[in-house]
Design a protein around this ligand. Sequence first.
Ligand SMILES: NC(=O)c1ccc[n+]([C@@H]2O[C@H](COP(=O)([O-])OP(=O)(O)OC[C@H]3O[C@@H](n4cnc5c(N)ncnc54)[C@H](OP(=O)(O)O)[C@@H]3O)[C@@H](O)[C@H]2O)c1
Length: 330
Amino acid sequence: MTTPALMQAMTSDRYGPPEVLQARQVARPPLTDNGVLVRVRASSVNAGDWHLLRGEPWLVRLIYGGLLTPKIPILGTDLAGQVEAVGQQVTLFQPGDDVVGELSACGFGAFAEYVCVPESALVAKPVHISYEQAAAVPAAGMAALQGLRDLGQLQPGQRLLVGGASGGVGSLAVQIGKALGAEVTALARPEKMEMLRGLGADDVVDVNRLEVLIDSGQHYDVILDAAAFRPVADYRPLLSPGGAYILVGGSIARLFQVMLFGQWMSWRQQRRIRCLSSTPTQADLTTLCDWLEAGILTPFIDRTFPLSQLSEAIRYVERRQVRGKVVVLI
Ligand SMILES: NC(=O)c1ccc[n+]([C@@H]2O[C@H](COP(=O)([O-])OP(=O)(O)OC[C@H]3O[C@@H](n4cnc5c(N)ncnc54)[C@H](OP(=O)(O)O)[C@@H]3O)[C@@H](O)[C@H]2O)c1
């Protein structure tokens, strides 16, 4: 079977709202010597996609080198699909293999029928896990895992508080926190609390009533904040001495606050205050896939959209309607 020279992809040539995305026939990426050509079956929407699409905050334009116009022709970080062809130097995969990938370090591109990526970005898809489920985990799971295990140094028996728990990163962080042996409290809006109980959170607290939690005298060893919209100081009374506050995402002001003053705040408050910058690795992707296969991790998939409706899918996430993950089927 020959692979078609053209493929369907969602592309944008200017920054803007999801509507700037257009379905186009584009050239299929060429197979490189060290590349794996994958027929994409599913991807998912991450907050990073709409940041890159809009070019907001401006920091993303500096990082990805497209000050006025986007330099990434096709977005899409998470990948689940089937290997179509492999380059001469590829040793780990062969045509027909089912794979999972995280493409943020190799140019993105999963919102298309085909993508060519280095084998280091891929691992084997767990046999009993669907493309849909597999695609919901890589980027968000990587952030949750590295935030909790590496930066947070979360230990069995410790108490974990997850901010932004209803989103992609947060909903996986709740489950990963449990997998690492922690007692997990999730912060969420009332309409999303039930879902988090279903995912195994020991306690769920209304995010609008943080003061009540503070007044109750609760302390946490690790706070993983995927929705840092409040000053970091607000969380100080909730952190045990020597505990860690890990900022994963939220407002740009909070991000800069922790990036610039985290070390100083840590020293002053005798608590570790850090900002996560997750880095995809095959080892961590394998861990996440093992947990998927073992049923330790089950992504909460709110809705699926076909690739042609990617704009609606991103809008849905932007509007804060989503619970867990939105998957894109290709
Ligand atoms: N540092 C890294 O390496 C890294 C890696 C991955 C992701 N991130 C960042 O992590 C963040 C979360 O990503 P995600 O994929 O989980 O996004 P998501 O699925 O859209 O979830 C966002 C979460 O934030 C909450 N939220 C949104 N706006 C809020 C507000 N104004 N006040 C309070 N809560 C608010 C949402 O709660 P409601 O649904 O109740 O509104 C939801 O729980 C994003 O900023 C993303 O860019 C960082």
